[in-house]
Ligand binder design. Structure first.
Ligand code: 13P
Ligand code: SF4
Length: 351
């Protein structure tokens, strides 16, 4: 049972002591989150991993996060993902073969290595971060994307942003780039489905990727909330569609959402466009201050891969570590890690 697994986690952690640190993303389920040493959004967790001295960095999150922990930690430290099937469906919407093909196709219209800065959302595989490291590009997260765009445009006139079109579009919009100067690059079509003229005119090429959880939040959810609660406040994650972000009062990362609502005035009502585990936990935490926190969608939507990290997997992982067996080690090949670190370090230096 989950309760028995919870006790096993506590026991194994006691045996491991400071050898293991448990990093937990805000979308983790309550019965895992309560065991966290440290919590955060992607950027904060990347930094925490880079600063940790623990032998084992046990990452309760998804695959790309554990990869980042491996890349940013020292070589002798070991990053671990309690369930190897915990991926990110958005990250999977771009891969190296498709991005390289895109770069080659863009090369028939312009000189990408001089005219385009590749920017990858941290929700991407390590080899895509390495691609950015190699081609003068950079990584961004939901909390620093506009700062990263400033840097990217200071290097070259155009940006190729992958895999999340929504974060790219919202960040470009905040930078004042007209929507008609942002084009969607569809990796399943030749030349992304674009004409040479449109490629030349575009400031940002947006990879046609999205998050299946955040696409559930819709403008009519906000409209209904506003009509029922005119004083209510709306806050969304930038992975939401453009019209959802545009209709929100605040837009930001998971850490930003938590901090904004916690710091907000008492006796307020909030509508939140991000994953349900976070929203449920937050609603409990702030209800004593008279704050009501509502989930934006009418259907239940959790991130099914974040959800895969459950007490059983975590207990099994920690018990193995305590017995001296390393399981579910996430290890990025050295040549890839070196280039990915270039792109990650550019980001960390700016944020
Ligand atoms: P944050 O960096 O805001 O925590 O977002 C990560 C993520 O995967 C959101 O879906
Ligand atoms: Fe990936 Fe979306 Fe899950 Fe975040 S919520 S980890 S973007 S699938």
């Amino acid at each position: 049972s989950d309760k028995a697994a919870g006790e096993r986690i506590v026991a194994a952690r006691a045996r491991l002591g400071k050898r293991a640190v448990l990093l937990c993303h805000h979308y983790q389920r309550a019965d895992v989150y309560r065991h966290a040493d440290l919590t955060g959004d992607s950027l904060k967790l990347a930094r925490l991993a880079s600063q940790s001295d623990a032998e084992f960095i046990v990452f309760c999150g998804v695959h790309f996060m554990a990869e980042v922990a491996d890349i940013l930690s020292r070589p002798e430290q070991i990053a671990i993902l309690p369930d190897l099937a915990a991926g990110c469906s958005m990250a999977d919407m771009a891969n190296l073969a498709k991005v390289e093909r895109c770069w080659r196709e863009l090369g028939t219209v312009l000189n990408p290595d001089e005219e385009i800065t590749p920017v990858t959302y941290i929700n991407s595989a390590a080899d895509l971060k390495a691609f950015c490291g190699e081609h003068g590009g950079i990584v961004c997260t939901s909390s620093n994307a506009t700062t990263i765009l400033d840097w990217a445009f200071a290097q070259r006139g155009k940006v190729l942003f992958f895999p999340d079109q929504h974060l790219g579009r919202w960040s470009g919009f905040k930078k004042g780039i007209p929507l008609d100067e942002m084009e969607i690059w569809n990796p399943d079509l030749e030349m992304g489905g674009l004409t040479p003229e449109r490629i030349r005119k575009a400031k940002i090429l947006l990879w046609a990727g999205h998050c299946s959880v955040h696409q559930m939040f819709q403008l009519n959810n906000i409209q209904r909330f506003r009509s029922e609660h005119p004083q209510g406040i709306v806050i969304s994650h930038p992975e939401c569609a453009f019209e959802v972000c545009h209709a929100s009062d605040y837009v930001g990362s998971t850490e930003y959402i938590l901090n904004t609502i916690k710091a907000g005035p008492p006796n307020t009502r909030w509508l939140v466009g991000t994953e349900l585990n976070l929203v449920d936990r937050l609603a409990e935490e702030v209800k004593a201050e008279g704050k009501i926190v509502q989930f934006m969608a009418t259907n239940i939507c959790m991130c099914s891969t974040m959800q895969r990290i459950d007490p059983q997997h975590l207990a099994w992982t920690l018990e193995n570590l305590a017995e001296g067996r390393v399981v579910n080690h996430i290890s990025v090949p050295p040549h890839e890690a070196r280039l990915a670190k270039v792109a990650l370090q550019r980001m960390l230096d700016l944020s």
